[in-house]
Each structure stands twice: as C-alpha cells, then as structure tokens.
Design a binder for this molecule. Sequence first.
Ligand SMILES: NC(=O)c1ccc[n+]([C@@H]2O[C@H](COP(=O)([O-])OP(=O)(O)OC[C@H]3O[C@@H](n4cnc5c(N)ncnc54)[C@H](OP(=O)(O)O)[C@@H]3O)[C@@H](O)[C@H]2O)c1
Length: 359
Amino acid sequence: MLKTLLYICVNIFGVIAFVWKFVIRCKLNMKGTMRYLAGIAGQSGYGSKSTADQVTQDCSSLHPNLTAIVTGATSGIGAETARVLAKRGVRVVIPARNLRKAAQVKENIQKEHPKAEIIVLEIDLSSFASIKKFCSEFLSLDIPLNILINNAGKFSQKLEFSEDKFEMTFATNYLGHFLLTELLLEKLIETARQTGVQGRIVNVSSVIHTWVKKDNFSFNSMLQPKHYNATRAYAQSKLANIMHTKELAKQMKAIDANVTINAVHPGIVKTGIIRDHKGIITDSMFFIASKLLKTTSQGASTTCYVALSSKTEGVTGKYFVDCNESRCSMLANDDSEAHKLWKQTRALVYKRLRVQLRP
Ligand SMILES: NC(=O)c1ccc[n+]([C@@H]2O[C@H](COP(=O)([O-])OP(=O)(O)OC[C@H]3O[C@@H](n4cnc5c(N)ncnc54)[C@H](OP(=O)(O)O)[C@@H]3O)[C@@H](O)[C@H]2O)c1
C-alpha cells in the first residue's frame, strides 16, 4: 500500500516537473498562453481553436485539379489533413508503409466525399531505397504535383537504426523528407511553370525544436548518437525540418522557382506519435495538460492553411503556429547552420544513393 502511494506521488511529481519544464523551455508567456487558451485569432483571422475545415472554408479562389502528396496520412494530423484537402477537391496521394491503414483512410474519405480522388502508394520514409521507389512510381503516373506535405513523424523511445544505419527518428523525420523533397522538386517546379499555380511545400515541425542547443546539433552524432535521448533526437529532427525549410526557400528564390516552402507547428494533439511512450507518466501528463491539447482537426488547421489559403500565397521560408506566422528559435534562424546542414545531408544522400540531385 505504502509502496503504491509512494509510486503514485513520485509519478505525479514527475509529471508536474515535466509540464513545468515544458512551459519554461517553450517560453510560453502569460499573454501568449491566454491567447492560446482562449483561441484568440491572430492576423490571419484564425487562432488555436480554428479547425482545418474552417481555415479552408473560403476556397473559392482555389485552382481546380490540384494534386497533393501528404506523408503520414494513415493516422492523426496527416489523416485529417488528407481528408480536408480531398473535401476541397484536391487529388490526394497517400504514401504509406502500412497499405491496409492507407486503404482504410481512403475508404473513410470516399464515404464522406464519394468524388474524392485518392491514390495510395507504398513508402517507408526511413529507407532511402523505398523513397526512391515511391518517387519513380509517382513520377510514372505522369500527374501534376502542386503541394507536398512532409507530415509523417516518428518519436522513437529507444535507440533504433534505419535500414541505412541512421538513427530512426532523424532518418524518418528529416533525412527521409529531405530526399523525398529533392526527388520531387523538379516536378513541383515544372507543374508550377506549366499551370501558373504556385507550388507549395509544408514541413511539419514542432515547437520542441526550441529545446535544441547549438552544442547538441552535430550532424554525425545525430546520424549515429553515442548517448541516445529520445526527446533530444525528436527535437533535433524537428529543428532540422525548419532549417531545411529556410535553406530551400532561399534556393527556390535564387532560381526564381514559383514554389514556396514553410514550416508549421501543429500544436499538441494526442495522436499515435506517442504510441511508443505509453505508461502512467505519459497518460497522466496528457490528462493534466488536457486543457492545452488541440483536437486533431485543430492540429491539422495550420498545415491546411499554409497549403491552401490565398493569404499564404508568396509567403516562403516562414514558421507558422496556430495559422499565424511565428518566431522560431535563434538556431533555427541561423542561415549558415541551415546551409551547412543542407550540404552535409546532400553529400550523405549522394554518397549512399548515387542519385542525380540538383546542382
Ligand atoms: N501530435 C502532436 O502533439 C505533435 C506536436 C508537434 C508536431 N507533431 C508532428 O505532426 C506530425 C504528424 O504526427 P501525428 O501527431 O499525427 O502522429 P501519428 O498519428 O503517429 O502519425 C504519424 C504518421 O507518420 C507515419 N510514419 C511514421 N514513420 C513512417 C515511416 N517510416 N514511413 C512512412 N510513414 C511513417 C505513420 O504511419 P503508420 O500509420 O504506418 O505508423 C503515421 O501515418 C509529425 O511530424 C509530428 O512530429 C505532432
């Protein structure tokens, strides 16, 4: 009895300490917190409580026949993003490692919107070979590509390595999406050139990127960490997503390509991302923080807003939270670090795959 009581007390203390640490580290000020809790709209006219349906309601100016690829659409925020895009008439390609789950998502969307066009193709974002195969299958369909949403995410609790021998969280969240984007970029640029409709890339990141310090951001140790810390690895991968966004936005501007790229933090949503972290601590944390959580539809709103809204036309290299442009960490804004990361990643991909990448 005493032992159980002690166990519960230790856990409650742990949860309070974690939530407190989260609040402090994310630098949530009072005004920002109140704005978040009340769902007060920002400049865009939307806020934390806006849903993906609401932010895409005015799609009268939306170009017909858009095609989007949404990674990680077999569950959580990605499935909702795919549903809302399809509802707005966008043809949605779902790359998935679990084809059964993807078929179920497709069926659910088509039950609600019988005319929705959904294409399911296989991909494992932690494998370079699988990404390459997906891209050649997609490109052989010879359909346009207007929107790429890099949403899939992994938060590996223990140290695991991908098929290519890289740490699994970094491999899935960052390296996989980097390669996918590189292999599809020409298609996005070409579609935008032919149709006159701006191409858009959305990288789904997280506010947790602010936790990473410069000392903890070394490429080789992210690939093969000696001392693994799950939260740190996840935060590093999400920081890398923003740096990728910033660097690629500069490159697209330099070649005058009509393609924008932005990063988003979806908000905190109880989804499958914490499936490896089940237990009393995680459950109690979500219970205590339940007032701060978003619904899945609120979680998908920022992605859908950045991907479809006419208000984000021409906006590139930015970071969005609750459907409004927001500030990311100093490190995420460091152009030279972003360029260094891009060069290192590109060299690694080339060495491993020997694929022809952009100059
Ligand atoms: N939920 C939050 O509170 C939160 C907060 C900040 C940022 N985010 C970000 O939001 C994004 C969506 O996450 P979520 O919360 O919706 O999580 P989720 O429900 O776990 O969805 C993750 C998706 O990624 C897919 N995925 C994982 N590894 C993959 C791989 N190797 N190859 C292909 N697909 C893979 C999963 O596919 P399977 O179905 O096959 O597993 C699933 O569809 C992630 O980038 C996450 O980092 C989430």
